[in-house]
Design a protein around this ligand. Structure first.
Ligand code: NAD
Ligand code: DAU
Length: 357
C-alpha cells in the first residue's frame, strides 16, 4: 500500500512522513517542488528508507502528477503543498494563487482521472485529503465562539483567500464528481523543522543570536497553538475514519496572545541556556509595525473531530513548547543551514549521484 504526500519536504509534511514511516509499513511517495520552504535535510533520517520515494516535482505539472498516480497507484493523496506564510502573501501573492489554487485544482483533476480509472474496490477506499487552515474563517472578536465547521468563510489575507479557494474546489469535486475528499482546517502548528520565518522558530533563533524579538503591533493577537505531531495524528484519524466530503476543524485548545508565547519562549531559554551577562531574553523583545490586515484572534472548536472520530491532542502547550525549544537548541546545525540557505545544497552534498527522480 502506498500514499502520496505533496509538500512533504515542508514543516508539517516532513513531520507527517517521518511519523507515518515510524507507525506503519506503507510506502510514501513525496512530491515536493522544493521552494525556499522545502528542506530535504529535515527528511535526512528517512532519506535512505526504501519506503520513502522522493520526487522533485510541482503539483501544477499535470503530466507529472498523472504519471506518478499511474505508476504508484496510491490509496490516498494528502495535499500539504502550499505557499504557507501570510507575510509573504502580503508582499507578493502570485505564487499563492498558482500553487494553492491552480495547483490544488490541477491535483484534483489528476486525482479524478486516476480515481475514475480505478477498480470498484480501489475507488471505494481511495481518499483525497486536503490540508487547510483555520484562517479561512477570518478573525474572531475576544468574546466570539471559536470557529466551528459551520462558520462562514471570511478570509482576510491573500494566503487565507487562496486556501479558502482551494477548499471550495475540493468541496466542488466531491459535490460534482463524487471524488472522495476530506478537508482538515487546523490552527497554528509549532514543533521541530518549522522554517524560522514563523513566529516560534524565529523568536528562538533571534533570541539565542542576540537579535531583536519582533512583536507585530500590540502583541495581543491570539492564536490557538497545536504541536505538529498532534496535527499529524489528527490527519491520520481523519484519513482512516473521516466521513466523505466532510470538513474537520483541528485545534489545541491553547489560545494565547503572541506576547505571552514570546514571554514563555524567553523564560524557557533563560532556564535552558541562560545569557552570560545575566539578563533575560525578554529584554530583546521589540514592538514593530503591525502586519497589514492582521487577524486578531483564531480559536478552534474541535468538538466534531473529538466526538465523531475520537481524536484528542497528546501535548499541552507547556509540554509541546518545552520539547520544541529543546529540539531547536539541540539541532542548531539544521537551523544554521536553514537560515544561511545552505540547506538547498543538501541533496547535492549528500547524494552526488542524485537521489531524486
Ligand atoms: P511549508 O511552507 O513549511 O511547506 C510547504 C511545502 O510545499 C514545501 O516543502 C514546498 O516546497 C512545497 N511546495 C510549495 N509549492 C509547491 C508546488 N507547487 N508543488 C509541490 N510542492 C510545493 O508549509 P507547512 O507549514 O508545512 O504547511 C503545510 C500545509 O498545512 C499547507 O497547506 C498549510 O496551508 C497548512 N497549514 C499549516 C499550518 C501551520 O501552522 N504551519 C496550520 C494549518 C494548516
Ligand atoms: O492558523 C494557521 C496558520 O498559522 C497557517 O495556516 C499558516 O500557514 C501559518 O503560517 C500560521 O499563520 P500565522 O500568520 O498565524 O503564523 P505566524 O507564525 O506567521 O505568526 C503568528 C502570529 O505572530 C501572528 O499573529 C503574527 C505574529 N508575528 C509573527 C512573526 C513572524 C509577530 O508578532 N512577529 C513575527 O516576527
Amino acid at each position: 500500500m502506498t500514499i502520496l504526500v505533496t509538500g512533504g519536504a515542508g514543516f508539517i509534511g516532513a513531520n507527517y512522513i517521518m511519523d507515518w514511516l515510524r507507525l506503519t509499513d506503507e510506502c510514501v511517495v513525496n512530491v515536493d517542488k522544493l521552494t525556499y520552504a522545502g528542506n530535504l535535510e529535515s527528511l535526512e533520517s528517512v532519506f535512505d528508507d526504501p519506503r520513502h520515494i522522493f520526487v522533485n516535482g510541482d503539483i501544477l505539472d499535470a503530466e507529472l502528477m498523472d504519471s506518478i498516480l499511474q505508476e504508484h497507484t496510491p490509496r490516498a493523496i494528502i495535499n500539504f503543498a502550499a505557499e504557507s506564510h501570510v507575510d509573504r502573501s502580503i508582499h507578493a501573492a502570485g505564487d499563492f494563487i498558482q500553487t494553492n489554487i491552480v495547483g490544488t485544482y490541477t491535483l484534483l483533476e489528476s486525482a479524478l482521472k486516476f480515481w475514475n480509472s480505478s477498480s470498484v474496490k480501489e475507488k471505494e477506499s481511495f481518499r483525497f485529503l486536503h490540508v487547510s487552515t483555520d484562517e479561512v474563517y477570518g478573525s474572531l472578536g475576544r468574546n466570539d465562539a471559536p470557529f466551528s465547521e459551520t462558520n462562514q468563510y471570511k478570509p482576510n489575507s491573500p494566503y487565507s483567500a487562496s486556501k479558502a479557494s482551494s477548499d471550495h474546489l475540493v468541496r466542488a469535486f466531491y459535490q460534482t464528481h463524487g471524488l472522495p475528499v476530506l478537508t482538515t482546517n487546523c490552527s497554528n502548528n509549532y514543533g521541530p523543522y518549522q522554517f524560522p520565518e514563523k513566529l516560534i522558530p524565529l523568536i528562538i533563533h533571534n533570541a539565542i543570536s542576540g537579535e531583536q524579538l519582533p512583536i507585530y503591533g500590540d502583541g495581543k493577537q491570539i492564536r490557538d497553538w497545536l504541536y505538529v505531531l498532534d496535527h499529524c495524528s489528527a490527519i491520520r484519524t481523519v484519513l482512516s475514519k473521516g466521513a466523505l466530503g466532510e470538513m474537520y476543524n483541528i485545534g489545541g485548545k491553547n489560545e494565547m496572545e503572541n506576547i505571552s508565547v514570546v514571554n514563555v519562549l524567553c523564560d524557557i531559554l533563560d532556564a535552558l541556556q541562560p545569557k552570560t551577562d545575566g539578563t533575560s531574553y525578554r529584554d530583546q523583545i521589540t514592538f514593530v509595525e503591525d502586519r497589514l490586515g492582521h487577524d486578531r484572534r483564531y480559536a478552534i472548536d474541535s468538538t466534531k473531530i473529538e466526538k465523531e472520530l475520537g481524536w484528542n491532542p497528546s501535548e499541552t502547550f507547556e509540554s509541546g513548547i518545552q520539547l520544541t525549544v529543546q529540539w531547536y537548541l539541540e539541532n542548531q546545525t539544521w537551523v544554521e543551514h536553514t537560515t544561511s540557505g545552505s540547506y538547498r545544497n543538501w541533496i547535492k552534498k549528500n547524494y552526488s549521484t542524485g537521489a531524486t527522480t
